[in-house]
Design a protein around this ligand. Structure first.
Ligand SMILES: [Zn+2]
Length: 328
C-alpha cells in the first residue's frame, strides 16, 4: 500500500512560513522601537504624588507637555485614595465607611486620566494597595497600621529608590514639606521623595535596589500666593459664593510666597488634556466646580501655567526659569 507523497504540502507550508517569517522580520524592529528603555528618552521626569487626581490637578499640564515633547514621564502614586469623598451618588456605596472599594475604582480613573495626559508609565508605590490613604489630618484613619502616614519610611524610601534607579530621572517633582495643604499623605510623600532623592545616588544605601543614580533637580509644587489671590477675586466676580470656602483671601492658609517660586511651566497648549484628565475623575472632581468656572474663563492663565520651587540642584540664573529641564 502506497501513501501519496505529500510533496506539494510542504511547498504550501513553506510559502506560508516565508510569509510568517517576513512578517516577523518586519515586526521585530517595530517591537524594538516600541520597547524603548528609559534611557532612550533624553529627558526623564518622575513625579511623586499622594492620591489619584493630585497629579492632574497640580501638575497635569506639565505632565502632558513633557510627554508630548518625548520625555519619559513617570508617575508614582503613594496610595489609592481609599478615603476620598465620592461625588457620584450612584457610586457612594464604594465609600470607605460602606463597601470600602473606592481604591480599586480610582485605579480605573487614574488609568483614564493618564491616557488623556499621554503618560504611559504609572505605578503605585510598593504596588497597588501597599499603603492606604490616611484621610485628612486628625481622623482615626491616620492611625490604621496600613495608612501611608504610618508607613515605615525606610521601606517606602527603598521602593522609590528602586524606581529612581530604574527610570533614571534627571528631574523629580513632589510637594513641599506641608504637602501643599497639610494632608498627611502629601506630607509623607514629600518626606519619602526627598529622602529617596538623596539616597538614590548613594551606593551604600539600598544596595539591592539597582545601580545608583543621582537625579539632578528636585522640585516642590507651588501655588504662588499672588495667583491664588487672583483666582479668589475672579471667582468672586463670577458670583461664586465663598470661593475656596472662605470670605477673604487672607484666610487662605496655603499658597507659596511668590519669592520662593523659581519656575513657571507654561503648558497652556496642554490645558485641554489637563481638563480632560480632570473629567476622568468623576468621583473626585465636580465638573461644574470652581476649577471649571475658572478654566472656562481665565483658566488658561490660572491653570495652564504650573509653578514649582527648585529645592535641589543648580539655581537658575536670575532666579527664574520656565523649563524643569533647564541646565540638565
Ligand atoms: Zn491628595
Amino acid at each position: 500500500m502506497t501513501t501519496a507523497e505529500p510533496a506539494d504540502v510542504p511547498a504550501a507550508t513553506t510559502v506560508e512560513q516565508e510569509v510568517l517569517d517576513d512578517a516577523a522580520a518586519a515586526v521585530e524592529p517595530m517591537e524594538q522601537l516600541v520597547d524603548m528603555t528609559p534611557l532612550d528618552h533624553p529627558h526623564r521626569l518622575l513625579l511623586v504624588h499622594a492620591h489619584p487626581d493630585d497629579e492632574t490637578i497640580g501638575t497635569g499640564a506639565t505632565m502632558a507637555k513633557y510627554a508630548a515633547e518625548g520625555a519619559l514621564v513617570t508617575l508614582v502614586t503613594c496610595t489609592l485614595g481609599e478615603e476620598g469623598e465620592i461625588l457620584v451618588p450612584e457610586l457612594e456605596h464604594l465609600a470607605a465607611d460602606r463597601e470600602d472599594r473606592l481604591g480599586e475604582h480610582r485605579i480605573t480613573e487614574i488609568a483614564a486620566a493618564m491616557r488623556e495626559l499621554g503618560v504611559t508609565d504609572h505605578r503605585f508605590l510598593g504596588g497597588p494597595g501597599r499603603w492606604r490613604d490616611s484621610g485628612m489630618m486628625g481622623l482615626a484613619s491616620n492611625d490604621r497600621p496600613d495608612a501611608f502616614w504610618q508607613a515605615d519610611l525606610d521601606e517606602a524610601v527603598g521602593e522609590l529608590v528602586r524606581v529612581m534607579r530604574e527610570v533614571r530621572p534627571q528631574v523629580v517633582v513632589t510637594y513641599d514639606d506641608n504637602g501643599g495643604y497639610g494632608h498627611p499623605d502629601h506630607i509623607q510623600a514629600h518626606r519619602v521623595a526627598v529622602e529617596a532623592f538623596d539616597a538614590a545616588g548613594d551606593p551604600s544605601r539600598y544596595p539591592d535596589a539597582g545601580e545608583p543614580w543621582q537625579p539632578s533637580k528636585l522640585y516642590e509644587t507651588a501655588l504662588p500666593v499672588s495667583v491664588l489671590h487672583l483666582a479668589y477675586e475672579r471667582l468672586k466676580e463670577l458670583g461664586e459664593d465663598a470661593p475656596f470656602g472662605i470670605t477673604s483671601p487672607e484666610e487662605l492658609d496655603f499658597g507659596t510666597p511668590d519669592e520662593l517660586v523659581t519656575t513657571a511651566v507654561d503648558a497652556r497648549d496642554h490645558l485641554d488634556a489637563k481638563i480632560a484628565a480632570m473629567r476622568a475623575y468623576p468621583t473626585q472632581i465636580a465638573v461644574d466646580g470652581q476649577f471649571f468656572a475658572l478654566s472656562n474663563d481665565i483658566g488658561q492663565g490660572a491653570f495652564g501655567v504650573e509653578y514649582y520651587r527648585l529645592v535641589r540642584g543648580e539655581p537658575p540664573a536670575g532666579g527664574h526659569e520656565d523649563d524643569l529641564f533647564a541646565n540638565v
